[in-house]
Design a protein around this ligand. Structure first.
Ligand code: GLN
Length: 307
């Protein structure tokens, strides 16, 4: 049942690839092949089901915002983090600077650029990139994750909008410390090279309440995981989060590299890779694959037994 539905979902998702566009505002990302689509599912009872381009590496981009938020909640603490960022969907594009100047000095949530740069600024004095990379490897159950140097340099060269956000936060005394150091760590975290399998691994740890099913080790506290999944549900797909919640009904986080990481409570982690993006910057193939899968297997958080 899982195998057939996963295959059908992947085939369904493939039909949309030509309706989207690969991100090219970070020049290096523009080299991705829009026809790639990979789906990997890892279940809490140890099964892996996968179709398509699941070994293809790509950069995590905004999915790393889940990692930085998790590390910050775990080590910097809830009070400090949520004194700096809110927990509200922004309804604006991921890289928007608008509300930050007009509506609130605190970024709306930790999963848009402004919020993530703020969160990363809290990590920068305490953690090196390598330490967070090592933790990401554990979360993703993937030892092969490395820094994609060319994407990192490409984003570093063209990241003026993110640097503007960091300086605006600094001017409002929200960001403490060095805005450029925060941006540098943020760009590196965005450039971690994962694949659909790694994302399924991370989803699996989240589905399993923060305990790695592979080792039995607790990687994140239950409270951190609950908070992160709630924010993924309400804010993880940027200004497409509402529609995604209605159509798919699962916590998910996308990145402009083409990945989506999602999870089903106590059941499975799901990773998709498809660099062709819709107008909101979410993977068009991955999003449609998840929509099909959710319907076929009744995975929507609010599916009732009486359906
Ligand atoms: N590194 C990207 C940026 O800051 C991440 C954005 C994304 O994945 N939506 O613009």
């Amino acid at each position: 049942m899982l195998e057939e539905s996963a295959k059908a979902a992947w085939e369904y998702g493939r039909q949309f690839l030509m309706d989207g566009k690969v991100a090219d505002y970070i020049p290096e990302l523009g080299k991705a092949n829009p026809v790639y689509l990979g789906l990997c599912i890892k279940t809490t009872d140890g099964k892996t089901v996968e179709y398509g381009d699941v070994e293809q590496r790509f950069t995590m981009q905004s999915i790393s915002k889940v990692v930085s938020l998790s590390v910050a909640l775990q080590h910097v603490g809830f009070d400090k983090v949520f004194s700096k960022v809110m927990m509200e969907p922004s309804g604006d594009a991921f890289n928007s600077i608008l509300k930050l100047d007009t509506a609130s000095s605190r970024p709306y949530n930790p999963l848009i650029n402004a919020g993530a740069i703020e969160v990363v600024s809290l990590l920068a004095p305490q953690f090196s990139f390598e330490q967070i990379l090592d933790f990401t490897k554990e979360l993703c159950m993937d030892d092969e994750i490395t820094l994609n140097e060319s994407v990192y340099h490409s984003e570093e060269r063209t990241g003026d909008r993110n640097r503007s956000i960091a300086y605006l936060l600094k001017s409002k005394d929200v960001l403490e410390g060095d805005p450029l150091a925060a941006c540098d760590l943020y760009f590196r975290l965005c450039s971690m090279n994962v694949n659909a399998r790694s994302l399924a691994g991370m989803g699996l740890v989240l589905a399993n309440g923060g305990v790695s099913p592979a080792t039995g080790e607790r990687l994140l506290s239950a409270q951190v995981v609950r908070t992160v999944k709630t924010l993924m549900f309400t804010c993880g797909m940027y200004d497409g989060s509402g529609e995604f919640a209605v159509e798919v009904g699962l916590p998910a986080k996308s990145g402009v590299g083409g990945g989506i990481m999602s999870c089903v409570e106590n059941q499975m982690g799901i990773g998709t890779y498809g660099p062709s993006l819709d107008e909101k910057g979410n993977s068009i193939g991955g999003g449609n694959t998840l929509k099909y899968l959710s319907r076929a297997l009744h995975l929507h958080m609010f599916d009732s037994e009486n359906d």
